[in-house]
Design a protein around this ligand. Structure first.
Ligand SMILES: [Zn+2]
Length: 295
């Protein structure tokens, strides 16, 4: 069984600026692309296929959480280091429960958005689409945002297949020089993942804080069953990290199988288990030895 994470459907990459920096706007710390006046802004594509190890963006992210908890002073440096390597998280896609939120007048935010343990997100669960875009485009004016929403909706409605929408929306947002993400949201999320992993790796006798673990939920992730495995279609680095985390963090994987003797479905604790019960295993052995004796 193979799990594959596909990034942004038909292309495995997303746009990313070459350099990022921290900027404070209205008392909120943002991670913003470095834009040099006069020179053309350069951005590159980050391809997840190019990584030798697919779990690198996840491992580095969890360790960003760990290190930022231990060294508050260096948090900004660590954060910029991470974003310069992998790009922003793509959180704009992550919070809304409505999949194509630009088509609606209001955005419903998911219950456990998991990106911030600050009470910030508890004070609202619905906001107008314009206000929602201002969280990610704090320096854009209403006109610019309205144009962006209009463009998004044209893209969504023109496309004959849904798989073409995500890469185009990603280009529209992440190539935009005014798309910013809040530093605290990213860092809190990294710290939460680290804390969740610590809870998951505890022995059963220890106290395990499940309230934290339950907060790791995903919105509208599409999954396809293939001949030799499962492909999970993710739309942002955030979703990529979430899904990778879930796949790797589960301690005991159960395998859905059919018993080799009776043909009934069952879940096996390990991939090598072939029979659902001891009696099936015994009976199969009896048949085998009888067949041998007859020879
Ligand atoms: Zn059986």
């Amino acid at each position: 069984m193979k799990f594959e994470l596909e990034y942004g459907f038909n292309n495995q990459s997303m746009p990313k600026f070459e350099q990022y920096e921290i900027k404070v706007i209205n008392n909120i710390k943002y991670v913003v692309p470095k834009v040099n006046k006069g020179t053309k802004t350069s951005y590159s594509l980050i391809s997840f296929e190019a990584y030798e190890e697919n779990d690198k963006s996840l491992i580095d992210f969890i360790n960003l959480g760990k290190l930022s908890l231990e060294n508050k002073k260096y948090t900004d440096t660590l954060l910029i280091e991470y974003v310069n390597k992998y790009g922003l998280l793509g959180i704009i896609h992550d919070l809304p429960v409505n999949r194509y939120y630009t088509l609606d007048t209001k955005v419903i935010l998911k219950e456990f958005n998991n990106v911030s343990d600050v009470k910030y997100y508890d004070c609202f669960n619905a906001m107008t689409i314009l206000d929602y875009f201002k969280v990610f485009f704090p320096t854009a004016n209403d006109e610019e945002i309205k144009k962006l929403i209009e463009k998004s909706n044209n893209l969504i409605c023109q496309r004959s297949m849904e798989k073409f929408i995500t890469p185009e929306l990603n280009e529209l947002y992440y190539k935009n020089e005014k798309y910013y993400e809040q530093a605290d949201i990213i860092v809190n999320y990294a710290q939460n993942l680290y804390k969740i992993l610590k809870e998951l790796k505890k022995d059963n006798e220890e106290y395990i804080d499940t309230s934290l673990i339950e907060k790791l939920e995903s919105n509208h992730i599409r999954t396809n069953l293939n001949y030799n495995g499962v492909t999970i279609h993710v739309r942002s680095l955030k979703e990529y990290i979430d899904e990778n985390f879930k796949l790797f963090a589960i301690q005991e994987k159960k395998y859905l199988k059919l018993c080799k003797h009776c043909g009934k479905a069952f879940t096996a604790p390990n991939p090598k288990t072939e029979y659902d019960t001891f009696s099936c295993k015994n009976q199969e052995n009896v048949y085998k030895s009888r067949a041998k004796n007859q020879e």
